[in-house]
Design a protein around this ligand. Structure first.
Ligand SMILES: O=C(O)CCC(=O)C(=O)O
Ligand SMILES: [Fe+2]
Length: 95
């Protein structure tokens, strides 16, 4: 999965995002928004994690505001993988 933030407008930016991984392990890379691309503003090393079977990744605020994340394809892996991500959606009660 390419580099992105979970930035859908209906998501509560203050609520942690919880992500459970099952099955094949995958790398998960965080890149700071100021350190992206050739013309980046700052030099900040990316942070690489391995999402192992049964792991829980918790992204507390404001991680998802400042850090993009990606999961590079693992060509050697033929095992299935399931990811369950839990996010809080803000409901507009005025409507
Ligand atoms: O597959 C994962 O571990 C994360 C997927 C992801 O970043 C997303 O669905 O926004
Ligand atoms: Fe994501």
């Amino acid at each position: 999965m390419g580099e992105h933030r979970d930035d859908e407008k209906e998501l509560d930016p203050l609520c942690p995002i919880a992500s459970v991984s099952l099955g094949a392990p995958r790398d998960f890379i965080f890149r700071h928004r100021d350190a992206r691309g050739k013309q980046s503003l700052r030099h900040i090393e990316p942070v690489k994690l391995e999402l192992a079977h049964g792991s829980l990744l918790l992204m507390n605020s404001p991680t998802n505001t400042f850090w993009y994340h990606s999961l590079p394809v693992r060509k050697k892996s033929s095992l299935p993988r399931i990811n369950l991500t839990f996010r809080r959606i803000v409901v507009d009660r005025k409507k």
